[in-house]
Design a protein around this ligand. Sequence first.
Ligand code: EPZ
Length: 424
Amino acid sequence: MDKFVIEGGERLKGTVKISGSKNAALPLIAATILQKGQYTISNIPRLRDVTTMIKLLSILGGKIEWTGQGTLLIDTTGVENHIAPYELVKEMRASQLVLGSLTGRLKRATVSYPGGCAIGERPIDLHLKGLVALGCDVKIREGYVEVTAKALKGGRITFETVTVGGTENMLMAAALAKGETIIKNAAREPEVVDLARMLKKMGAAIDGEGTEIIRIRGVKDLRPCSYEVIPDRIEAGTFLAACCITRGNITIEGCMPEHIGAVIDKFRETGMEIICDGSTVRASMTKRRPLSVDVKTIPYPGFPTDMQAQIMAPMTISKGVSAITETIFENRMMHVAELRRMGADIRVIGNTAIVKGIETLSGAKVMATDLRAGASLIVAGLAAYGTTEVSRIYHIDRGYEKIEEKLRGLGAKITRRRDENLGP
Ligand code: EPZ
């Protein structure tokens, strides 16, 4: 296994280019199952989760190859297998995104019931309720979800909780259903909108994406297409956190500032100067210590849960006390214990972390427990006094493309090393 070794204290300077969005690429790849044919999807990040989704698609019968920089050629003509095996789904919960497209294409899907993960139980009951509303029969047997449908018909679903994956599965399953489907309390995340846009390019009849009510009128057939993935808004936000904590001056290129409005507002409150210009965001932090801000994670367009751990890092050295409340996942505070090892003063009460700013963090050996917690530890290590070693960085490789190269390009002292303590 590998670790990152970071020498703290460098103020980040320079330009960084954002990669394609992991959380948009995964449903887009799943959606190619819906209609057989050849797809070209560009701006796909080279990440572990994307590799897992490609493995899954090939098990189902698809043919996928990388051509050049970040482009996948996908041929789903041969997709006939409807079973997503346990070995893959346990690797990546987002495998459940093939439920909707397999059901839409083959009228059946058998997917290993995704287990929980570090940040929470993460059930899929709402996904299944949505599929039942479209006329599917759902059984759970021997750890697998078995979905079958004689025919898919339009239905109505009001999600009692906003669910990104549930909305995405519904969009895919409803695209070819007979009749109209209405999704209420739909997720409004940009990744959901990106999926709707590709489905519309394939011929689906969808309105309201990006709002809480989405209407899908089923069509008889779809056609394959080419598509470009949106930039990764969470990666962009992560670099804002790195700029904030290191008193940096950076230019983020190839992002969509409109996708990180709540994040930009929050970092402006810390005293950062942020100027947006088309697909470029210029951020500079002259204050030695950021001002403390309170954060509450809520569904888009609110402050994203996927940025909660990352903004906590600069708050550990802020001038004052900040309250950071996580409302989406029940166990997304595991970075707190690791930040404490670096000297942070944080108390967790319920789902709120009370972060009392200190002068500076001190480098330590810490461990990534999940993707965004790992990112938070890297951000903290960039400003900590001395050396920080972040182990179990396979979590980070799931969601950040070449993060150490991008940070080195901004002047950070970070290297990837073999972690002799944790074996191969
Ligand atoms: C997506 O996960 C993202 N993953 C997550 O990003 C992100 O944190 C999450 O949306 C919220 O924005 C991908 O897009 C691949 P949800 P998803 O369904 O779809 C509960 C990252 O770091 N819920 O919106 O699985 C659920 O337990 C990852 O990149 C049910 O109760 O999230 C959670 O509390 C982490 N029943 C809440 O809803 C269901 O059937 C939101 O989950 C489904 C969800």
